[in-house]
Design a protein around this ligand. Structure first.
Ligand code: FE2
Length: 298
């Protein structure tokens, strides 16, 4: 689940027609109503993604997956996930019909409820996702919620989101979420690993983010990231690398207000920009997005 704040379509994307009866947008997961074909789609996605993650996903992701009732054979039941999560980090998974308005999203996170789409993508569109589905939300996000650092960080993000709305700097905060919880990399052992759900749940981007020569891999800097636009329609042009998950915990203890001020004063950065002061792990050659632009122009 994510907030598509930069597009300002978040609530609209959900569609008023999709608004459920409950004011917090939660619905019943309807686990008993999944069809055999839907469980089979989950199995296909689960098996091909699980093969990719050794050596790419961070240790905390692998351990979280191991400790949760998530397997290949069936779409997980949110009640069972919540039982395990609640004991470990006090989180629950609640079902929603798709994207939800920002304030609803933040309110859930601030109360340690992770809103997850209950539907699953169609089998002929395994790599195409208009809205986060149960595979993205559960396979990508829930293992990381077993980590106490991520658990606290996402709760703080929910609290910070409600405040950022009042301060008028939601885009700046949303970029932090995007480049950590959704597309974050971290240092582990002698290399980089992924921890972001957007890449952990993507067959193509989990390889691209770590192995392609195209994207930049840059040491994470909070104010710099607040100024950096991101791609919602394609692979990222830059990934930002934290030292370890405890670095996110450090962010829960600082006041973002002066950083918002600095970010609003500084120039906005495009997704592929590299600055002289950046600490660069890998300077991307930009080949992938250059090709995409040429293709689009043709
Ligand atoms: Fe997400």
């Amino acid at each position: 689940m994510e907030a598509l704040t930069d597009k300002a379509l978040h609530g609209l994307a959900a569609g008023e027609a999709a608004r459920p009866e409950n004011p917090d947008w939660t619905i019943d997961q309807g686990w008993d109503r999944y069809t055999e074909a839907e469980h089979a789609t989950w199995k296909t996605l689960f098996e091909r993604q699980t093969r990719l993650l050794p050596g790419r996903a961070c240790d905390e992701f692998v351990q979280g997956m191991r400790d949760l009732p998530i397997g290949a054979d069936r779409i997980p039941d949110f009640r069972e996930l919540s039982d395990v999560l609640m004991k470990r980090t006090g989180w629950q998974v609640v079902a929603v019909p798709g994207l939800v308005p920002d304030d609803v999203f933040f309110e859930h996170l601030a109360n340690r409820r992770f809103p997850s789409g209950n539907f699953i993508r169609r089998p002929q569109e395994l790599d195409y996702l208009e809205e986060p589905d149960v595979f993205h939300d559960v396979f990508g996000h829930v293992p990381m919620l077993m980590s106490p650092a991520i658990a606290d960080f996402i709760q703080a993000y929910g609290q910070g989101g409600l405040r950022a709305q009042q301060l008028g700097c939601l885009p700046q905060l949303a970029r932090v979420y995007w480049y950590t919880v959704e597309f974050g990399l971290l240092q582990q052992g002698d290399g980089l690993r992924l921890y972001g759900a957007g890449i952990a749940s993507s067959y193509t981007e989990s390889q691209f983010c770590l192995e392609s020569p195209s994207p930049n891999r840059i040491r994470f800097d909070l104010e710099r990231v607040m100024r950096t636009h991101y791609r919602i329609d394609d692979f990222q042009e830059s990934y930002f690398v934290i030292r370890d998950l405890d670095e996110l915990l450090d962010f829960t203890r600082i006041d973002f207000a002066p950083l918002y001020d600095a970010a609003l004063r500084g120039p906005e950065l495009q997704p592929g920009d590299v600055l002289a002061q950046d600490r660069v792990f890998h300077r991307g050659d930009g080949s992938y997005h250059r090709q995409q632009r040429q293709r689009n122009a043709a």
